[in-house]
Write a protein that binds this ligand. Sequence first.
Ligand code: ATP
Length: 362
Amino acid sequence: MATVYFDEATRRFSKDDTPAVDRITLDIADGEFLVLVGPSGCGKSTTLRMLAGLEPIDGGRILVDGHDQKGVRPRDRDIAMVFQSYALYPNMTAAQNMAFALDNAKVSKSETKQRVAEAAKILELEQLLDRKPGQMSGGQRQRVAMGRAIVRNPKVFCMDEPLSNLDAKLRVSTRSQIAGLQRRLGITTVYVTHDQVEAMTMGHRVAVLRDGKLQQVDTPERLYDRPVNTFVASFIGSPAITLVESGVREGVASVHGLDVPLDRGLASRAGERVVVGLRPESWHVAESATDGSALPLTVELVESLGAESFVYGRPTGAPDAERVTVRLDKRTHLTVGDTVHVQPNRDELHLFDAASGERIEA
Ligand code: ATP
């Protein structure tokens, strides 16, 4: 077990390029499950590979348990990687694949056997130890890849999209298995994914990256409730938050022409441009549609998920305005082309500066 500290860690693939990883500072606690998330190309894998020693560092430092990893070879780092591709040896059995790193590290035969048996038990692989990868399903291969990391009893697990080759159902069950396993083993884990649902359900904390820069690192709840900017607000949450640019006047902002009162602390921002953010659950159907206090939406799409449905629409008569997403309960029956009058829940408004995208606190 170990702490991990990225101290302005930077990776630049060529001198002229902007850095792929740009002065990332992250303090990861012993036993923590930290998820790195962000869109394709934002630098997640490179950050992870720098920690594992598979990618050089061009600036800053990475410390494991307080020790600078500069010059420490990957195999001497005591960090186990689990990749998306599993990278199992096809001609070896599951047991041999798991034992391989220990054989190389000159661990005794009896200890290797014991560690493989323990890992197989934890991962429910006992019946499959004699099978080769070609004779196993994707999920089983993925568990062998996990087993290979576990037997090493490393200081840190580095996992790079380990679930992306699994089908949707298996992903859901395997993600809770990995999270549960990590809790039991208590091994510091850095986990890369582009899937925000995976990030939110697995991580103790989630670090959101964009263009090589760390945007926010926080618990899943805080990321959702208090995103620091419009990028984080729209990346986290599904369906995505509705963001509407607006002017501020006399303590109100306007969402598609509908006045929304702002906290008193924001009154001084009169004349400024802001972005109002409202999550799908931050709306309700208006009781009275006639007094001008509700926004009429023309429904463009309804997604019924059983317990709830998501309605996507645009302000009636404004087909070019930003689309608004509203969560409604299953008793509200709407179809495409209907008009529904909705009101925002006042206390659930997110406000951002229109120029910088930064969150505005009252
Ligand atoms: P994905 O989710 O698509 O895997 P990522 O967030 O993991 O993306 P990285 O693989 O870390 O992103 O890549 C970050 C940036 O660095 C990208 O712009 C990528 O093109 C660039 N990059 C990665 N590896 C190299 C390399 N070996 N040489 C040059 N550029 C690279």
